[in-house]
Design a protein around this ligand. Structure first.
Ligand code: 6PG
Length: 247
């Protein structure tokens, strides 16, 4: 049984994801005084970030209590067009004036393996040997990847470790990513995905056989936490059963 919320379209996807982010942030800060979140890159989160950066949602989060981490990063400098940090900085950190001390980025400009090792050490320094995020926000690619865990790369992802730096053949590049071990230790994981281009993958991931080497996002299964899919109608168009709860 999957926990899905289906919304009408792209705008509603961002609104629902932003509302969920605010809800998780407020609860974590209320209970533990901080909100540790690992953010996704790519294009989908931009709209959510932009809504978080303006009223009313901006006014509902005590931003000084939030620590921002990343689920993955491209192996480029932080000012590069492809940088997940740059996308997030422009859409969220800068407009909300997040202090640099609250941002824990993956150093995409460094050697990939070194950047992965450094991020693993950072996670241990900041969160202990078993980092447990309050929220890991993920997207899904049309090939069923998430973070930078791509089909055909699982042999490069040592899940006894916190991070990995897989070579991604389809992009002819290395990436740096947190591992399923870290994702699945989170209190809450949100997968925000929409659009017709994701419909085939979503149906295969949710209704097809368990074959994570082909659909790595199937590895996302929090051991002691919740998983919420926030999807739009276009993305669920190929689901055979009405397993979703609309919202
Ligand atoms: C990245 C992301 C990646 C993303 C998916 C979906 O670095 O690209 O972390 O996992 O979530 O590729 O990307 P879109 O939201 O652009 O479809």
């Amino acid at each position: 049984m999957h926990n899905l919320v289906i919304v009408a379209g792209e705008r509603e996807l961002a609104e629902r994801a932003a509302d969920h982010f605010v809800e998780k942030a407020r609860a974590a800060i209320m209970e533990r005084g901080t909100f540790d979140v690992a953010l996704a890159g790519g294009s989908t989160p931009k709209a959510m970030n932009a809504l978080l950066a303006i009223s009313p949602r901006k006014d509902r989060v005590h931003w000084e209590s939030v620590r921002f981490f990343f689920g993955d990063e491209r192996c480029v400098p932080p000012d590069h067009d492809d940088s997940n940090f740059r996308m997030t900085n422009e859409s969220l950190f800068a407009p909300v004036r997040i202090e640099e001390s609250q941002i824990f980025r993956i150093r995409g400009e460094d050697d990939p393996k070194a950047a992965a090792a450094a991020y693993s050490a950072l996670l241990v320094r900041e969160m202990g040997q078993r980092p447990r995020f309050d929220l890991v926000h993920l997207g899904m690619g049309p090939d069923g990847h998430t973070a930078s865990i791509f089909p055909g790369t699982l042999d490069q992802i040592d899940d006894t470790k916190l991070t990995a730096a897989p070579w991604v053949e389809k992009f002819s590049t290395f990436r740096v990513t947190i591992t399923p071990r870290v994702i699945n230790n989170a209190r809450s994981v949100t997968i925000e995905t929409g659009g017709a281009a994701k419909a085939d993958a979503l149906a295969a991931v949710l209704e097809g056989p368990h074959e994570p080497s082909r659909y790595p996002i199937q590895l996302v299964a929090p051991t002691d936490g919740e998983l919420l899919w926030i999807v739009d109608r276009a993305a669920v168009a190929h689901l055979r059963t009405t397993i979703a709860t609309s919202g």
